[in-house]
Design a protein around this ligand. Structure first.
Ligand SMILES: [Zn+2]
Length: 269
């Protein structure tokens, strides 16, 4: 169901309760032993506090973990949505059996999760891996977080659609632009090439920082993986240090559901 953004955090939590009560299969809510939540961050996953989530108005110092625990009366495992998706791919998808990988979700924003040395990289407050807010330009485009130059402000879906609206002098969805490029439209192809370059620039940073075995791309933009992968590989081969150039970039296996699978896995750990 759609998130009732305008009504604030308590209304959103009530909606979650309503949705859970309506779960029909496998005994429904009464059979659930734990609650797993994948939410946009920043969240302190150790204390259960949402700490000013840019995409969720009102989630400022909001004790989402405690509220959900009170409503459901069960243990609550709270995870950043990017981290949850990384865990979903780790357990059930393109990261199976892999001790070191970086998962990147590219949709309305860019998020992710890092599995390093066989463990989830959590950081001090469970807030590690806000990959989209890695700056790739000083004084660059304004990001959802209010800062400038973040990777997300260049490579996420809305940034791509904004560039497309200017270049094509009309609004198109990202999927439409990729379709135009497949049909041989030169301007659309240039937009796709540029998107691959922005993605590649960020990925090269991730290769150098985390030395992963693979990089896994999820989120809506990864549906276009077939048209982006060549351009991303080109950036890796021209910009990464030679020792990092053979790291493969793969598509997630459960696009759209990785976060749900990961939240469930984390709740039952
Ligand atoms: Zn940002």
């Amino acid at each position: 169901m759609a998130t009732p953004l305008a009504q604030g955090p308590d209304a959103i939590v009530a909606k979650l309760h309503e949705a859970a009560r309506n779960v029909a299969g496998a005994g429904g809510l009464s059979a659930a032993t734990a609650i797993g939540v994948a939410s946009p961050g920043p969240l302190n996953t150790r204390t259960g506090m949402a700490l000013g989530v840019p995409t969720l108005p009102g989630f400022v110092d909001y004790p989402i973990g405690e509220k959900l625990h009170r409503i459901f009366g069960r243990p609550v495992a709270l995870a950043n949505d990017g981290v949850a998706a990384a865990v979903g791919e780790w357990r059930f998808g393109a990261g199976r059996g892999c001790a070191d990988f970086v998962y990147v979700t590219i949709s309305t924003g860019i998020g992710g999760g890092v599995i390093s040395d066989g463990k989830i990289l959590s950081g001090r407050n469970g807030m590690a891996a806000h990959l989209g807010h890695m700056a790739i330009a000083r004084d660059g485009q304004v990001c959802n977080c209010g800062r400038r130059g973040c990777w997300e402000a260049y490579a996420a879906g809305p940034a791509f659609e904004r560039r497309a609206a200017t270049a094509l002098a009309a609004h198109h969805t990202a999927a439409q632009v990729f379709e135009l490029a497949r049909g041989g439209q030169a301007v659309a192809q240039a937009l796709v090439d540029q998107e691959a370059e922005f993605l590649g620039l960020g990925i090269v940073n991730l290769l150098h920082i985390f030395d992963p075995e693979r990089v896994i791309l999820g989120g809506g933009m990864s549906h276009q993986y077939a048209q982006l992968s060549h351009g991303i590989d080109r950036v890796i081969h021209s910009c990464a240090m030679p020792a990092f150039r053979d790291i493969p970039v793969l598509r997630a296996e459960h696009i759209g559901n990785s976060g749900l699978l990961g939240a469930a896995a984390l709740a039952t750990l």
